[in-house]
Each structure stands twice: as C-alpha cells, then as structure tokens.
Ligand binder design. Sequence first.
Ligand code: FAD
Length: 580
Amino acid sequence: MIHSYSLIMSSHKRSLSLMLLTGQLVALAAAGPPYCLPGSPCYPSEASWSQFNATVGGRLIKTTPYGAPCYAATYNADECLSLAQNKGKLAFRDSLPAALMYTNWEQTADLSGCPVPDLPTDGSAPPPVNAICTLGGMSNYVVNATGVDDIVASVQWAATFNLRFRIKNTGHCYAGRSAGEGSFSVWTVHMNDAELVDDFVPKATSLAPQTVISAGPGVNVGGLYKFGSDNGVVTIGGFTQTVGASGGYILGGGTGPLGPKFGLGVDNVVQFEVVMADGSRHTVNEALKPDLFWALRGGGGAFAVVTRAYIKTYPAFKTVNTVSGQVVCQDNSSYGEMISVMVDLQVAARNANQTGIWETDPATRGLALVSFATFTGDAETVDQSLAVYHPITIVPGCQPFLATGQFNGSGSWLAAYNNVVPILDAGGTVGLNLFSTSRLISNDLINDPAGREKIKQFIITSPVPTIIQNAVGGATNQVSPDATAVNPGWRNVFAFMDGPIAGPWQGITATQNATLEALSTSQTATFGTAVYYNEQQPANVDWQDSQWGSNYPRLLSIKRKVDPNGVFSCRNCVGSEAGF
Ligand SMILES: Cc1cc2nc3c(=O)[nH]c(=O)nc-3n(C[C@H](O)[C@H](O)[C@H](O)COP(=O)(O)OP(=O)(O)OC[C@H]3O[C@@H](n4cnc5c(N)ncnc54)[C@H](O)[C@@H]3O)c2cc1C
C-alpha cells in the first residue's frame, strides 16, 4: 500500500519531525516488505543517521563485523586468537551488538558473513581466512537502548524509512529472528533493571493483589533467578542463564525446570508495557488491550516492543535437591537399553517430583542429566531423590557418574541452579553453526507403551543428540488451550524434545540441511508436527500451523490491527508471509 505524504504526516507526526530534523527528503516507499535497505535511494544518508544518533543520546552504533581480525585483509593474530578462544562463551556473545548465539544466523543464505574460525588444537592463533568479511545477516545500525525513549525513537525511525527492523535482546533465537541483512536493530539487553512490587494489581483490573517482579526487557534467566533469590521468592525461568527471560523467552512460550510447578512463561505474566508500531506507549493486560495481551503471550516479537514485563512470584522453596551427571555406556546395545529404561522412567520421575533436562549423545553413547526436586515443606533426602534414577544406574554395560546436592533456605533455588547449570553450559554450546528442530511430546504419547516404544526408537536411531526437557506438564496442563497464544498442543504436553544439528564454523552445509530434513521427517512420524516456537529451525514444517496450530488466524488478525504497516517483522513470525 502506498502512503501519501499527508497521510504519513497525520499518522506519524513524531516520525515526520524526525525526518525534518534530518533534513533528508525521503522518497517514501510502500510500508512493509520489501523494506528499505542500505544502498537504496530511500535509505537514510550518513548525515541523517548522525542526526538520529543525537536523538538517542549517542547510543547508535554503526556496526562492523566482529570477526574481521581473523580475515586476511584485516588480520591481527592476537585479536583473532582471543576471538577464537572466546567465541563459545555466552557472556562474550551477549556483549556484542552485532552477534548472535549461533553463527549461521550471522551469515546470509549464500554464506556471506565473517565467522570466526575454530581454535586450532595446538591453541595457536587461527591462520588468516582468505575470504571477504562482511556483516552478513547482522544489522548495519544498532541502538544500544537504555530507556523507553530510545525504543520509541528507534521504532519511529524504522517506520519513517520503512527499514528492516529487528528487536535484538540476547541473540539466543534458534530461528534467527534477531538477524536480518541490512537491518536496523534496537538492542534491549542492557535494559535489565528489576523491581519487586508487593500487592501489585494490573491496571484497570480487579484481580487480587500479588507480588510480582517488574522486569526490564533485558533481564535474563540468571538475573531473574538471582533477583528472586535476593528477595525471598522464586519465579519461572529457563535452563540457560543468558536467555532473555522477559524478552523472546516469555513472548514465545517460556519453558524451564519449574514449568510443571508454575506453568509456562506466558502463564506467569500479568502485565506488559510496550511500544507499539506507531511509537505510542501502552500498558497491556487482561483489561487493557486484551487481544494484544493474548497475542504477546506466545505469539512472539511481531506485535510491539516489550519494555517491561510483570512476572508472578511464588514463596521461596525450603529445600531443593539436585541429581546431575552422566551415564556412559560401552556399546550400542547397552546404550539402547539405557535409553529404553530412561524413557520408561519419565512419568515415574515426574510423579516423584523430579523435573529437568537430559541429553543423549549417540557419538559418546552417553546421557547427561540435570534434575531438580523442590520442597516447600518437609524434604526427602538426596538418597531418596537419587533412588528415582536408580534404574539407569544399573543397566549392564553402562557406568553412572551421578552426583547429588541439597540446598536449603530462601536462596535454595538459585544455589541449586548455579550448582548444576555449568553442566548445561559446558562444552561451548554457543558460538557455533547450529540449528535446532523441536517437537512437543504429548501426554498421550508418553503414557502409551507403543508411544514410548516410538520415542525410544527415535532417540536410539537419531544421528544427532536428543535433548528431552522434562519441564512441561503439571501446571502447564491446567491452563485452558485458548487462554494464551501458544500452540494449544502445549496444554496436553508432558515434555518436549530438541535435536541440535551442528556444522563447521564456515557455515551451513548440504549435509546439515539433509540431516535436518531426515530428522524432521522422523520427528513428525514420532511426535507429530507441533514445535516449540522458541527452539525451532524454520522452514522444515508448515511454520504457521506447527508453531501456533489453531491460534494462528486470530494472531494474524491481531497483527494486522496493531501493526498494519508491518514495522515489526522477523523470520517465521506472525504476518511474515509477505516478507521480513
Ligand atoms: C543456549 C540456549 C538455551 C535456551 N534455553 C531455553 C530454555 O531453557 N527455555 C526456553 O523456553 N527457551 C530456551 N531457549 C530459547 C529461547 O527462549 C529463545 O532463543 C528466545 O528467543 C530467546 O529470547 P531472547 O530475547 O533472549 O533472544 P533474542 O534472539 O535477542 O530475541 C529473539 C526474538 O524475540 C523477540 N524479542 C526479544 N525481545 C523482545 C522485546 N523486548 N519485545 C518484543 N520482542 C522481543 C524478537 O522477535 C527477537 O527477534 C534457549 C536458547 C538457547 C540458544
């Protein structure tokens, strides 16, 4: 749709003032895709960007490829060595304005980009890469937002020039939603303040007062758990510390070890504050903009920029027990038997109050486990917790290396989490070329012996690791399927699985794509088509239906109302059929 200048004037007064401020005469393009990209006449001039920078307090970053010191034209051995040593660290990646957790999304489809080589086995600096280093899929300009005003200005700037706009928080998205060649991003990770609010009543509602954490969009899982611990409460959250708890995590669903107790992330938000596509600020809850409130809880980041989430809290646990470690088998036959025992154990473990995550690795014939049992009253002993997993410790040909822990008092959750989480973060699980394909595991499947047989066969024959998050069911099943925008399938789900498919640092290969295709086919045959929006490689199944099921038509209609010009777009996000 082509907008006349006068229409733009009336609907985007502030945007217009930005344009006048820049003094640039803009040939206004049609709103929405195709977006205005660098090199096009519609793209802001350097002078305009510079003036825009003044409106965001100098927090505009003109990005450069962080991997440049490893490339022949700009090679610096010391800097390249440091990059190769640090590229797998969560905190390092979090600190970069134009980087993501998975490097394949930092590249374009034709592998243009600037990936950092692996560290040679002798620990020396990688030799110079003889290729052209480009920004690839990363943004050319990024606003390092420190307050809501920066977000308002960024949204209006993007809308004015019809830029390809991205919301980047921590960059964890498995589907590359925070990437986009030639894009302009607002970076929210530093807006990570949190506050405990007692007797909070969402605006304009008559809901009972409750204690919530009011969290900026950059608060991550580790930060949320820490803040809760410091204040004697617990909240939902994921397994990995650096995931953006009040960003993409909570907008796309939000699973974690406490899911069976407290529900999904989306079940625990009582109010959002947002910046809409026209730059206006709003409070969104059950009473104020209820359709948008519904859409934000599971529909992802295509509706508005969330600037604050109000997250439910619960009284701190008295005790948390942990069981963590590995079981390693000597041959395929014993590995298969151990998988079989573990799958059969899942429902019993849940009934015994255990929640957690386990990962199998066909390459090492091993299983890594992190499991929590939480208690608000009398606790069982660690030996009782360990006994739940006894069957996998006595499989002939397999050797268990499981440890237990017990943590008491109001900080018990954080202490327990910090004690076992390094197992999850070990081994450079980020800074790789990796994509992941997930499926929900329904109650019906896991409770049926024939269904469990299918799951076992799937895991045993999978060419890549299988990660099972025994972290849904329970409270997540107590919520009505249409109460939030997540795939209604989540309300009859026991757990979910991921299959990570890694490749060489240079970028995605045909082998990876073929593995994805084959894995996806066997996942569908085993589990069905429903996927986890937040942990899904796009384009290998019908994305609208597999991510949202019957909720998609309502999501699309809300999207068209709240963002008719397509200011917010991302890969396989609501409304991205026309482009992103
Ligand atoms: C190592 C790892 C571990 C993970 N563990 C878990 C887990 O335990 N549980 C779980 O549920 N998920 C987990 N995830 C998946 C995670 O939830 C998603 O990657 C999610 O997108 C992360 O959100 P983010 O804001 O941190 O990431 P980003 O990549 O920065 O953001 C992803 C997208 O979310 C949207 N978004 C982010 N912030 C905002 C905002 N303020 N307003 C509007 N839209 C926004 C945007 O569309 C953005 O493109 C994990 C991912 C990784 C890589």
